[in-house]
Design a protein around this ligand. Structure first.
Ligand code: ADP
Ligand code: MG
Length: 620
């Protein structure tokens, strides 16, 4: 273990020039932005006009070569929904099963394979992961700060919701890497908001706070305990489908009713629908300061008063209070125990929201800072602390390089990401790839590259004597335990047979800081090509599993399939086999998608044969 928190004061593991800035990024569901410290103060970076700091989290594909991000991309949401991706944050680190229920809210195609593998988004004949799409947004932010500062920027702190799990945090890190950013820390959004208000900056401060975050499409409430510069999340709650967009929708419905318009017109006339949406959002924003809004849309007069608007949204706001009550309950606290309430998210500008929340918590809420910038501003402050510019804050030991194991195809599967505080413990479950497999090799690596061959091998062992079972059935739990001295214990256990094996390795042994710096630099420089190789290998692994399943399916179900169904399935399987030989992951994905679409109804027919069964879980 390197005590690298001290070295971070010079940027990272290498000596960087004084001016080397670490930026703070709020990668939001609706809007994203970047902030940095200018003369000791956190400021959000604006576009060329100098007015807009928010970059809508929308990516539009004019064709596969031409990609636009932000305000320009947002214009295509209604006119070209299939090629305009928004809300991608909702998909980060998720499998298709996780998001199946949410898909109806998205205008683009999320690939349905009904498996446990991570979701992909289909744009024409290309397949993108949520990580790649988020990377496009991050790259836009990087471009923006570089233009402002007139120098290149490569280090960042990125925020995520407090409830994000390991996979979602790792996905966010990966997105940063692909965008050419070294992600020094992933910070919770409520923690960042608190830092922006200066809460938690001094060692002797002890406080319990509530962070109320109402954005465009999501609501989060977090209860934090702050003590000695450490932020502990006591509880989180919220609604992943409640936000300012619902306020807009309520206004549109109101106007349709007032003007006696058939709501059907919204699906028929996209341009009009778009115009109404823009007017509704404008009305809502106007009513945050004025009492009345009037605008002509087409042949109609769209009017609404503040009182009318408030009666439309009061039940929605009350729903957020239910979440607040639940969060307090989970934290075993009463309203009286909350010292400070912080308002985050553009929708908290609505006066009725402030008033209702303030009444609920029985105190004035903190709303001095711009609510849609506050998270990014806090991230910039956190970045500044990491840069060593705030000497008062405690430095904690962190692991300088990621630790993980080799999975199928020579891929690195990170279990403890770099910059994790030590001591640390993390684990994951794996399974076998061959029927009756008795032994399983566990190879432990350190580094940031996607292929283990580019990383540093720390050790390996073989878990022997797994009882014979079909591929995919054994459950092998692998735990990484990293102690405060950097000693890593890797333990593998087959859960059905209680079979166990472990090794200990010194993760920092024999590695110099120069070597570490080089490994980090390599990973960023090769992020794009690494990601392509990873996507290809993953597609191949998945395809091979599906081929196996399809073959098995055919032999087991000859009786219930027609000649034509058998030959078509064989044909599609052969096409998939052929694509696996090639280098094009999109071609593999298309072939997989075709085979899946064709065989899904057949599989449903063969009730007891579940084609999904054999393709679950990662294979070692
Ligand atoms: P997210 O965190 O989900 O990315 P934001 O915090 O950027 O979202 O919030 C975006 C929402 O805030 C949108 O619904 C937007 O219409 C709303 N909003 C922005 N400004 C105002 C305002 N002045 N009054 C009311 N709502 C606003
Ligand atoms: Mg937000």
């Amino acid at each position: 273990m390197a005590k690298i928190s001290i070295n971070l004061s010079t940027g990272n593991l290498e000596k960087a020039p004084e001016s080397d800035v670490i930026v703070g990024i709020d990668l939001g569901t609706t809007n994203s932005l970047v902030a940095y410290m200018r003369e000791g103060e956190a400021v959000a970076v604006a576009d060329d006009s100098g007015k807009n700091t928010l970059v809508p989290s929308v990516v539009h594909f004019a064709d596969s070569e031409q990609i636009i991000v932000g305000t320009e991309a947002k214009k295509y949401l209604l006119t070209d929904p299939q090629n305009t991706i928004y809300s991608v944050k909702r998909l980060m680190g998720k499998s298709y099963k996780d998001v199946a229920a949410a898909e109806q809210y998205l205008g683009y195609e999320v690939i349905d394979e009904d498996t446990d593998s991570l979701v992909k988004i289909r744009v024409r004949d290309r397949f993108y992961s949520p990580v790649e799409l988020s990377a496009k947004i991050l790259a836009e932010l990087k471009k923006r700060i570089e233009a402002t500062l007139g120098q290149s920027v490569s280090k960042a702190v990125i925020t995520v919701p407090a409830y994000f799990n390991d996979a979602q945090r790792q996905a966010t890190r990966d997105a940063g890497k692909i965008a050419g950013l070294d992600v020094l820390r992933i910070v919770n959004e409520p923690t960042a908001a608190s830092l922006a208000y200066g809460i938690g900056l001094s060692q002797d401060e002890s406080k319990t706070i509530a962070v109320y975050d109402l954005g465009g499409g999501t609501f989060d409430i977090s209860i934090l305990q702050i003590q000695g510069g450490i932020f502990e999340v006591l509880s989180t709650n919220g609604d992943t489908f409640l936000g300012g967009d619902d306020f807009d929708r309520a206004i549109i419905d109101f106007w349709l009713k007032e003007n006696n318009i058939d709501p059907q017109i919204l699906t028929e006339n996209k341009a009009l629908s778009q115009e109404l949406r823009i007017a509704a959002e404008q009305a809502k924003k106007t009513l945050s300061t004025d009492n009345q809004y009037t605008e002509r849309v087409g042949e109609w007069t769209c009017e609404i008063t503040k009182a009318q608007f408030e009666s439309l949204i009061s039940s929605l706001i009350n729903k957020t209070l239910d979440s607040c009550k639940q969060a307090l309950n989970d934290a075993k606290l009463a309203v009286e125990n909350i010292d400070t309430v912080i308002m985050v998210g553009g929708s908290t500008r609505v006066p009725l929201v402030k008033q209702t929340v303030s009444e609920f918590f029985k105190e004035t809420v903190n709303d001095m800072l711009n609510p849609d910038e506050v998270v990014a501003l806090g991230a910039a402050i956190q970045a500044d602390i990491l840069a060593g510019n705030n000497k008062d804050l405690l430095l904690i030991d962190i692991t300088p390089l990621s630790l993980g194991i080799e999975t199928m195809g020579g891929l690195m599967d990170t279990i403890i990401p770099r910059n994790t505080k030590v001591p640390a413990k993390a684990g994951r479950q794996y399974t076998t790839s061959i029927d009756g497999q008795k032994n399983l090799q566990v190879a432990v690596y350190q580094g940031e590259r996607d292929l283990v061959s580019d990383n540093r091998k720390l050790g390996e062992f073989i878990l022997r004597g797994i009882p014979p079972m079909p591929a995919g059935i054994p459950k092998i739990d692998i735990q990484f335990i990293l102690d405060a001295d950097g000693i890593l214990t890797v333990r593998a256990r087959e859960l059905r047979s209680e079979l166990e094996q472990s090794i200990q390795v010194k993760s920092a042994y024999g590695i110099s800081e120069e070597e570490m710096a080089r490994m980090l630099l390599d990973s960023i420089q090769n992020a794009e090509s690494d990601m392509k190789i990873r996507a290809l290998l993953e597609a191949r692994n998945e395809a091979n599993n599906i081929i196996l399943s399809a073959d098995k399916f055919l032999t087991q179900n000859t009786a219930i399939l027609s000649e034509e169904e058998i030959s078509e399935t064989k044909k599609l399987t052969d096409m998939l086999r052929q694509s696996v030989e090639g280098q094009d992951k999109d071609a593999i994905n298309v072939a997989m998608d075709n085979l899946n679409k064709y065989t899904t109804p057949l599989a449903h027919r063969a009730m007891d044969v579940n084609i999904g069964e054999a393709i679950k879980g990662k294979k070692l």
